[in-house]
Design a protein around this ligand. Structure first.
Ligand code: AMP
Ligand code: ZN
Length: 493
């Protein structure tokens, strides 16, 4: 029997504002869509936090035995600088600045995104669709919305008519905003505005002659509005109504609110059963953000090269830091907080290693069966990873007491403890034991220094057979030596 049948999983649904019992639309199957990155710059650690929260959620669903189709898109067109549908396309702007093709920008930062996620030990999503790969689907949805009378064309652009939609539907229900308040708080339209009113949002924007990212459409050359891509891709791969839609809190409005409006206007159905929002990572008490520069990049954390850091941190130590906070709570990054998390992470990893060497006895001094259920209860309570980690440290305490000979454990309980810790530490939280990895890299550097020195000596002695042998054998192992002005360096493929 699948594990999920025994577990009473509850998730916080942003739409109702409540924790609800999780019941997928089709038993045993979950469709989950998470808004992916806009690939116009490197991902910062804040972006990583949101994706990591959903990676953990994906991992737990899989562990429970659900068959999950996890769709996380890549936004490679249509995301303008301002939410109010003006400003340049973020990717086109970067392409102009660097004098490269927009798709070169997309490629560069998609690769960075994937490399970063791999370092953090993310599981790949089931499908990773791109906005530019779904222009036809987006145009089809615009046509449907126009047919239903909830959109209008103006000068080659198409806008969603929020006031009209709100006559029969509730615009603002996800973010808790009232349309009347929004209207009261916005400026009047000017004569140049194409929108009928400021709350309307673009489904399709006409491309001005200088706009480099453009596609033909029934309304002329243009490009899709940002909100539309997620409606098109989630509907295509998960259906008109699916189980979970996730993203960072900052996407609730306008992005997700507009997604709901587009889906309800075109399909006449609410698109998502459970809306889930991950909270922000802050730095100096302020949201980490690409545009304000208040951010830190994963590469800086891994190398320690940032003024706020006293040292480098392994990806799993950072992952542990993230998992110590509930995904719906704000988390502030600081060197002190990272140091404390690294200590906790090392204690956990030490205990995982010590567990292997524990001898077993006739009785257990701790109820490991009840402890295991507490771990599940924590995760079943809206993925409460901080509580789970507190239970994991209960186990660490007992492992240490058993090791010191102050408590004992039976063979069966030792197996249960080992399996449960492996499940939660590695499979669900997605941690890896990286203390070993770190030691390896120190050892590699030492061995390489020695080999480079021996090769230099061989060359000085004109013993080219030996120096070539060292280089060739290293090449065969995937290690390249590079001779430069400042000596010899190496890289590992
Ligand atoms: P973007 O590339 O700007 O579209 O953002 C990608 C994802 O990162 C979205 O789900 C955002 O909500 C999320 N995000 C952006 N800033 C932060 C932050 N400081 N903390 C957590 N998530 C964030
Ligand atoms: Zn989205």
């Amino acid at each position: 029997m699948q594990l999920y049948k025994n577990q009473n999983l509850k998730v916080h649904n942003s739409l109702s504002g409540k924790k609800e019992v999780f019941q997928p639309i089709n038993e045993g199957h979950i469709g989950m869509y998470v808004c992916g990155p806009t690939v116009y710059s490197n991902v910062h650690l804040g972006n990583c936090r949101t994706f990591m929260s959903f990676d953990m959620i994906f991992r737990y669903f899989k562990h429970l035995g659900f068959k999950v189709r996890y769709v996380r898109n890549i936004t490679d067109a249509g995301h303008l600088e301002n939410d109010a549908d003006d400003g340049e396309d973020k990717i086109a702007k970067k392409a102009k600045l660097e004098q490269i093709e927009p798709m070169e920008v997309v490629q560069r930062y998609t690769v960075d995104f994937h490399n970063t996620l791999q370092k953090f030990n993310f599981l790949p999503p089931s499908i990773e669709p791109t906005a530019t790969g779904h222009i036809i689907e987006q145009i089809e949805i615009i046509k449907e919305i126009l047919e239903k009378g909830y959109a209008y064309e103006a000068n080659g652009s198409v806008y969603f008519d929020v006031l009209k939609f709100n006559e029969n539907n509730e615009y603002g229900k996800l973010s808790g905003r009232k349309l009347e308040d929004m209207i009261a708080n916005t400026r009047e339209l000017t004569a140049q505005d194409e929108k009928r009113n400021p709350q309307d949002f673009a489904l399709w924007k006409k491309a001005e002659p200088q706009h480099i990212m453009r596609w033909p459409s029934p309304w002329g050359d243009g490009f899709p509005g940002w909100h539309l891509e997620c409606t098109a891709m989630s509907t295509k791969y998960l259906g008109e109504t699916f189980d979970i839609h996730g993203g960072g809190m900052d996407l609730k409005f306008p992005h997700h609110e507009c997604e709901i409006a587009q889906a309800e206007a075109s399909k006449g159905k609410s698109p998502v059963k459970y809306w889930m929002h991950a909270n922000m990572l802050t730095l100096n008490g302020k949201k980490m953000s690409k545009s304000t520069g208040n951010n830190i990049y994963p590469s800086e954390i891994f190398s320690g090269e940032n003024d706020i850091l006293s040292k480098a941190y392994a990806p799993s130590a950072v992952r542990f830091f993230m998992m110590q906070a509930h995904y719906t709570s704000i988390l502030d990054l600081s060197d002190d907080a990272l140091l404390a998390s690294e200590k906790g992470y090392n204690r956990l990893m030490d205990a995982m290693e010590n567990l292997q060497t524990l001898s077993t006895g006739a009785k257990s001094d701790f109820d490991f069966g009840a402890w295991k259920q507490k771990c599940y209860d924590a995760m079943n309570d809206d993925f409460n990873t901080p509580i789970l980690i507190a239970h994991l440290f209960d186990a660490v305490k007992h492992i240490n007491l058993i090791k010191e000979g102050k408590e004992s454990i039976t063979k069966e309980d030792k197996t249960l403890l080992e399996n449960t810790l492996n499940t939660f530490v590695y499979d669900v939280l997605g941690l890896e034991n990286q203390s070993a990895v770190k030691d390896d890299s120190n050892a590699l550097n030492g061995v390489m220094d020695l080999l480079i020195e021996l090769r230099n000596q061989a060359r000085a002695n004109k013993d080219f057979a030996t120096s070539d042998q060292i280089r060739d054998r290293l090449t065969a192992l995937g290690i390249q030596l590079k001779d430069g002005k400042d000596g010899t360096s190496f890289s590992v493929n």
